[in-house]
Write a new protein. Structure first.
Ligand SMILES: [Zn+2]
Ligand SMILES: [Zn+2]
Length: 245
């Protein structure tokens, strides 16, 4: 079983580049490819007779990727009954992997760190996509206005924040790592990336979030009109793209 298709894309790329550099043959390509994936995927039988005359490895890479991606999609549609027939149960593999993962959440947006090791210090906590900080209940002091900004945007801004509820101290977002342990252990890369899924999520669950925090997405926390244009399907597709499915 593959954890995600990310290792798959990486293995395809690495194997192809290596074989091209060393002027290898399809046999070498298959061996390299499977050795890059040995922790995630087992090939029972190698058979490269069908493409022994292939020397365009980019073509081989693209065709293999297409084939395996469709297999992953098929597997993800399997019913629970069918899953019980697997030698290693997919749900058990997931549980094993997730239980040993880092579960620390971003102090601004509550996105869960994606490091696969529970205690990975001194490596900082990291996540490829953050969320609007209003999802964690951040708001503008003395107002009911939830913060609509993604924390990746905030840490690039000249704005300031109060690191703890009720604290008088205001720290520049750009220096968030000086705001205490909870902040110092995170690496939040400043950028303008805004995953469509979270735009859709805030619109879809606006009422629930406002009710939960008894605050509002209004004023400075007004949801941009553009966010309301996305369908649930587009939101799901943005997640698929994120994981290269
Ligand atoms: Zn965040
Ligand atoms: Zn972590």
């Amino acid at each position: 079983m593959l954890k995600t298709s990310k290792p798959l894309s990486q293995a395809l790329y690495d194997a192809t580049e290596k074989v091209k550099k060393q002027s290898g043959d399809p046999d070498m390509w298959l061996k390299e490819f499977s050795s890059f994936l040995k922790d995630q995927l087992t090939f029972n039988n190698f058979c490269c007779q069908n493409f022994s005359d292939i020397n365009n490895f980019d073509f081989l890479k693209e065709e293999t990727e297409k084939g395996l991606v469709s297999v992953i999609k098929e597997v993800s549609k399997l019913s629970l009954d069918k899953m019980k027939k697997f030698r290693m149960k997919p749900d058990q593999i997931l549980i094993d992997q997730l239980c040993n993962c880092c579960w620390v959440t971003c102090p601004f947006c509550a996105a869960v760190c994606t490091n696969t090791i529970a205690d990975h210090s001194p490596d900082k906590h990291n996540v490829p996509f953050h969320r609007p900080s209003g999802i964690k209940g951040w708001y503008y002091k003395d107002t009911v206005e939830l913060d609509i900004h993604f924390c990746t945007t905030l840490v690039a801004s000249d704005e300031r924040f109060r690191p703890h509820h009720g604290s008088d101290e205001r720290i520049p977002y750009k220096e968030y790592q000086t705001a205490g342990e909870e902040y110092a252990t995170w690496q939040i890369t400043p950028d303008e990336s805004k995953l469509i899924y979270w735009k859709w999520f805030v619109c879809r669950f606006q009422k629930q979030l406002e009710g939960h925090y008894t605050l509002k997405f209004q004023g400075r926390g007004e949801i941009p009109n553009e966010w309301r244009t996305y369908s649930k399907q587009e939101a799901i597709e943005s997640l698929d793209e994120m994981y290269n499915l």
